[in-house]
Design a protein around this ligand. Structure first.
Ligand SMILES: [Zn+2]
Length: 321
């Protein structure tokens, strides 16, 4: 299916003059890494379902419960792509920065995020894409750690390329796209992660939210992007929405649904957990029913015509008491 969005014609490059700084995880939370394990592509690509949501059971077949821990969530927070390394400026790089940026814009513009309304989250706009040539990505060895990624994003904030998270326009979800030939330190099976780091000064600490997506084929990268996106929105700092009874690091809404993949407007994505559906979902269309249920309406009574005293007819929704 052709993509209705205009691909990015030009992705600007940015080079920082500052050296890469080592940055530490905040100490008020354990430096847990949120992971998305890559799995074999699902054979189910049932296009006959186009226009209807894809649904599946949770990975282990149970119906989990979620807890809102009262901490940070990311509603309507823009997504900034950072393609790390000058290799992204080469036309021969595959998948290309343009392909990935186009897929990300399609994901953000479409119905994918519409199931997050129930968690208090509005869709994220696309903020832009940059190729970051300096600080350079890790070359020797070709492995990277979370703190490498944090160091790069933090350097750009320190240099004023982006505002501090607590400044005007500074609340951003940074998604770093790793270059070919790199893999996650210690565990090449990890396809992506999201977390936060402390930015600003010692007296004015604030938290920058980021994810990284490892370099693989385009399908794997879009699946990981979608997984980290929904988890970063619902639980950017580990104290938002978490799944009860799951181990830390595997207790977010993507983790319990990462066995089901489906195409949406030509982009492969993973399902994520929807509490109001009691299922893993991949919304392919906007559902008024889900939206109303997300807002606490009891659809058991349905929508019924109601004739008010002035005689005009309007629809009234039964509200759960
Ligand atoms: Zn995850």
């Amino acid at each position: 299916m052709s993509n209705p969005l205009t691909p990015l014609a030009v992705i600007e490059s940015v080079a920082s003059s500052s050296p890469l700084k080592a940055r530490l995880h905040a100490t008020d939370y354990p430096p847990t890494v949120r992971v998305a394990l890559l799995r074999q592509a699902d054979a189910r690509t049932d296009l006959s379902k186009a226009g209807h949501d894809f649904t599946s059971g949770s990975n282990d077949g149970t119906i989990p419960t979620l807890t809102n821990n009262g901490g940070a969530i990311a509603s309507g927070v823009p997504v900034q792509l950072l393609f790390w390394g000058s290799v992204w400026n080469l036309a021969s790089t595959s998948p290309s920065a343009g392909e990935i940026a186009t897929a990300v814009q399609s994901i953000l513009a479409g119905p994918f995020m519409s199931g997050l309304v129930q968690y208090g989250i509005d869709r994220s706009p696309f903020r832009g894409a940059l190729v970051v040539t300096l600080p350079a990505p890790p070359f020797q060895p070709h492995t990277f750690s979370d703190s490498d990624v944090e160091g790069m994003v933090g350097t750009l904030i320190d240099d004023g390329v982006f505002p501090e998270p607590d400044e005007d326009g500074g609340r951003i979800m940074y998604v770093v796209i790793m270059p070919p030939g790199t893999q996650y330190e210690g565990d090449p099976a990890v396809g992506g992660a999201h977390w936060y780091f402390s930015s600003g000064s010692v007296v004015d600490v604030d938290h920058a939210w980021y994810a990284w997506v490892g370099n693989h084929d385009i399908d794997s990268m879009t699946k990981v992007f979608g997984h980290e996106l929904v988890e970063m929105c619902t639980d950017p700092e580990g104290d938002g929405w978490t799944v009860d009874g799951q181990p830390d690091g595997l207790n977010e809404i993507g983790d319990i649904c990462n066995k089901s993949f489906n195409p949406l407007n030509g982009v492969l994505l993973e399902n994520y957990w929807s509490q109001v559906d009691a299922a893993c979902i991949l919304p392919t269309a906007y559902s008024l029913k889900r939206f109303m249920r997300s807002k606490g309406f009891d659809l058991g009574k349905g929508v019924r015509p109601h004739v008010p005293p002035n005689g005009s007819v309007r629809a009234v929704m039964g509200i759960k008491s």
